[in-house]
Structure formats: structure tokens, C-alpha cells
Design a protein around this ligand. Structure first.
Ligand code: 4NP
Length: 149
């Protein structure tokens, strides 16, 4: 079993989408996918309704996900930890205990030359079209990593 954790700030916009998209593409017998936020703002909350909507429009139900905060123990539980932006990367790096913890952590758009963005922009203060853009970016990024996991 390979385990993958998607991490953003609030765990209500970007990482729930990344979680849902990746889970949808992978065989659950071989892969476990989860998500978390570096902040505790939205612990136990459902994803943002705009993330739920854009996922649903693409055939993915993320409505039963609930927010949780990233824990140091996640370094032990997960093989791959994908973060959405440099701020998430710094926040996770602060909790890393050693180099092997950090080896698991990657920007989800790292090495993805075919997208123009290097970070997944935070759509929280944007409108629905920002969530549609994030969905497309993450869908491509997940395809990229699935070929390389
Ligand atoms: P996310 O977006 O990190 O993609 O879930 C955010 C959600 C909530 C907040 C910030 C970003 N917030 O400040 O509450």
C-alpha cells in the first residue's frame, strides 16, 4: 500500500480537491489518499462548497471529507506528502524531524513544466472560476505524479 497526503493551509479548498482527484484515479487496493491543512482553522469542517461543486461537476464526490490539521505523525504514516505552495512547504518543513521526513515532501507542481504555475494558487478569496482553474491544475498534476509514483 502506497500512501499519499495532500496538504494546503486550510484543508477546505485545494487539498480536498487534490485528495479527491488522486483517490478517483488510483486503485484503492493499492493506494491510500488523505489530506490535511497546516492550520487548524477548519478542523472537522466539510470542504468549501465551491470545491465540492467543481469536484461534482467532474464526477467526484468530496462532500464527506472533513478538515484535519497536519500532524508530525503524518511523516510516519505517509510515503508522499504533496504541498500546494511554498508557504505550505515552509510550514511542513518546520515540523520535519530529519532529512528523511523532508524527502517525502514535494510541491505538487514541482518539475511539472507543462503547467505555467509552480504553485497551486489559493482560491479561497476568489470566485468559482478560480476553483475551476485549481481543479484543472491539480488534475494534470495528479496525472503527472501517477506516472512517476
Ligand atoms: P486552502 O484555502 O488552504 O486551499 O484550504 C484556504 C482556506 C481557508 C483559509 C485560507 C486558505 N482561511 O484563511 O481560512
Amino acid at each position: 500500500m502506497t500512501s499519499i497526503l495532500m496538504v494546503c493551509l486550510g484543508n477546505i479548498c485545494r487539498s480536498p480537491l487534490a485528495h479527491g482527484i488522486m483517490e478517483h484515479k488510483l486503485n484503492p487496493n493499492n493506494y491510500y489518499v488523505d489530506s490535511a491543512g497546516t492550520a487548524d482553522y477548519h478542523v472537522s469542517a466539510a470542504p468549501d462548497r465551491r470545491s465540492i461543486k467543481v469536484a461534482k461537476e467532474n464526477g467526484i464526490d468530496i462532500s464527506s471529507q472533513r478538515g484535519r490539521q497536519f500532524q508530525v505523525s503524518d511523516f510516519d504514516k505517509f510515503d508522499h506528502i504533496f504541498v500546494m505552495d511554498n508557504s505550505n512547504l515552509n510550514n511542513v518543513a518546520k515540523l520535519a524531524r530529519n532529512a528523511s521526513d523532508m524527502q517525502k515532501v514535494k510541491l505538487i507542481l514541482d518539475t511539472q513544466k507543462e503547467t505555467t504555475a509552480e504553485i497551486v494558487p489559493d482560491p479561497y478569496y476568489g470566485d468559482f472560476s478560480d476553483f475551476e482553474k485549481v481543479f484543472k491544475i491539480l488534475d494534470k498534476a495528479c496525472n503527472y505524479w501517477i506516472e512517476r509514483l
